[in-house]
Design a protein around this ligand. Structure first.
Ligand code: SF4
Length: 81
């Protein structure tokens, strides 16, 4: 699946990656390409892969910890359950 073009509104959610009782939201317009997410967990976050986020590669706590290292707010956790 091709990536969605960058939204005009940087706060717009580009894509949601479900992960059981939670989901990761990604706002492409806010991404500063710091690579913190990749450094935090390269199994989950891999910009060379599609989809670039594979939530099944980590536990919920690992996903939360990696998202917490995003400096821009581009990655956020959505609690589903
Ligand atoms: S940590 Fe956040 S700002 Fe940095 S590359 Fe990942 S999504 Fe983008």
């Amino acid at each position: 699946m091709a990536d969605t073009p960058a939204p005009t509104d940087p706060q717009a959610i580009t894509r949601v990656y479900p992960a059981g009782q939670l989901a990761i939201e990604w706002r492409q317009g806010l991404c500063q390409h710091s690579g913190n997410c990749v450094k935090a967990n390269a199994r989950v976050f891999n910009p060379r892969r599609t989809p670039w986020i594979e939530t099944e590669q980590a536990t919920d706590d690992e996903l939360r910890a990696a998202v917490a290292r995003c400096p821009s707010g581009a990655l956020r956790i959505r609690e589903v359950g």
